[in-house]
Ligand binder design. Structure first.
Ligand SMILES: Cc1cc2nc3c(=O)[nH]c(=O)nc-3n(C[C@H](O)[C@H](O)[C@H](O)COP(=O)(O)OP(=O)(O)OC[C@H]3O[C@@H](n4cnc5c(N)ncnc54)[C@H](O)[C@@H]3O)c2cc1C
Length: 385
């Protein structure tokens, strides 16, 4: 592997050549499509979308230090993060539980960003109590026939495939009759009905299965042993390095501190509003502490200290932090934070209102805050039920 300094130089050179200025604004929903597509191809060609996956599955084959260096260089220039359910959740789960055939079939497409996935876990009545799910899969020859409903399925309307929890043993105790299965969304028997969210967008859908088909070879992990696979995937979903910059919406290059300073102004070199000043300082300290804690947890995991479900701790703190950041932004902007549409508001201000609203969901997806606290109590602190 290249010497670390030489590798960083190489990364900087590729960024300089291929990442246009207009994309150096972090993740935004309105990034121009064509340059973004080109940049994603560059990332994929270098294995940078999944830098630490093995090369034979389309990854970059980088070790921990090189992966961290790559991420730091990309972050420095605010390159858009190429993330997906495939990259952050399914891929790591397949690396652990998939057969060699499943790895060969799916991982390279995830690494190249050419196969979009959605997550079919939640059902009406089975959110926190996920193991009560009722969606059925019945064996017919070398296929499973799937019937039932999923809900809150993010990106279902754009996904090519779904990783789905289904009941394959109807008599077993609830955790023991579930399988984790993969199948295409574009087939007869799959209907997607988008749901409109509080910010006016429609990111997620209800999904109905009526005799949809999955190949039996696409069950991941043991038949009826899908609960263990799902728990692992949820750990990946809940893992965050704690350093992500949520962005405050509307002014992409601005950090929350810059934004508040601009809105409220300075007095004697410090923020003019002492309450906001304290809230902002506390927020920055939290952010730093969370980043360091998650880094330490990652180091511990790499050193072989297993069994602590630190992902839930990170997800809980991160969700609160992101919501707090939006609250500070809204309070700093005062009445200009209240716009929904119409005159009197700039588009950046309207975008910020929507961002504030949508971040309310951060303490719900992937398991609510209350559920994370239950997990922390049981698995991190070892408290009794
Ligand atoms: C933005 C977003 C995206 C999502 N994307 C997906 C997706 O792609 N795929 C998918 O499958 N799902 C997705 N979900 C669904 C999400 O996983 C569920 O909403 C979540 O697990 C909560 O389930 P629920 O909505 O049924 O609430 P419920 O489980 O009904 O919970 C309602 C309230 O009761 C509390 N509660 C429940 N049980 C307990 C308990 N034992 N102890 C203490 N409190 C409890 C909860 O914390 C919550 O406050 C998404 C949700 C959101 C908001």
């Amino acid at each position: 592997m290249a010497d670390l300094e030489a590798f960083k130089e190489e990364v900087r050179a590729i960024i300089a050549e291929h990442l246009p200025e207009e994309l150096r604004v972090g993740n935004r929903p309105d990034l121009p499509k064509e340059p973004l597509g080109k940049w994603i191809s560059v990332m994929a060609d270098h294995g940078w979308i999944t830098p630490d996956w093995p090369k034979e599955y389309g990854g970059g084959g980088l070790d921990r230090k090189h992966t961290a260096a790559l991420k730091a260089e990309l972050k420095k220039v605010r390159a858009p993060v190429v993330s997906s359910f495939g990259v952050s959740m399914l891929g790591p789960t397949l690396l652990e539980y998939g057969t060699e055939e499943q790895k060969q079939e799916f991982l390279p497409k995830i690494s190249k960003h050419t196969m979009r996935w959605c997550q079919g876990f939640s059902e009406p009545g089975s959110g926190s109590d996920l193991a009560s799910l009722q969606c059925r899969a019945e064996k017919e020859g070398d296929e499973y026939v799937i019937t039932g409903q999923k809900i809150w399925t993010t990106g279902a309307d754009r996904a090519d495939w779904i990783f789905c929890l289904v009941r394959t043993d109807f008599d077993a105790p609830k955790h023991e009759g579930i399988s984790f299965i993969l199948f295409p969304m574009h087939q007869d028997g799959v209907e997607v009905a988008p749901l409109t969210l509080i910010d006016g967008s429609a990111h997620f859908s209800q999904v109905f299965f009526d005799n949809a088909r999955a190949k039996a070879e696409h069950v991941v992990g043991p038949l009826n042993g899908g609960w263990t696979v799902a728990k692992r995937l949820l750990q990946h979903e809940r893992s965050t390095d704690g350093s992500s910059d949520g962005g405050i919406g509307g002014a992409a290059k601005e950090t929350i501190s810059d934004f508040v300073k601009r809105e409220v102004g300075l007095e004697g070199g410090v923020l003019a509003d002492s309450t906001l000043r304290e809230r902002l300082a506390a927020h920055e300290i939290d952010k730093r502490a969370l980043g360091l804690t998650m880094r330490r947890a990652a180091e511990e995991a790499r050193a072989g200290q297993k069994g602590r479900d630190i992902g839930s701790l990170g997800k809980f703190r991160w969700a609160n932090m992101v919501k707090n950041e939006q609250d500070i932004a809204v309070d700093a902007a005062g009445t200009q934070s209240l716009g929904w549409d119409g005159p009197g508001y700039e588009s950046a201000q309207l975008e910020r209102t929507k961002k504030w609203l949508i971040t309310r969901a951060d303490s719900i997806w992937g398991g609510t805050n209350e559920i994370q606290l239950n997990v922390i109590a049981k698995r991190v602190l070892g408290l009794p039920e």
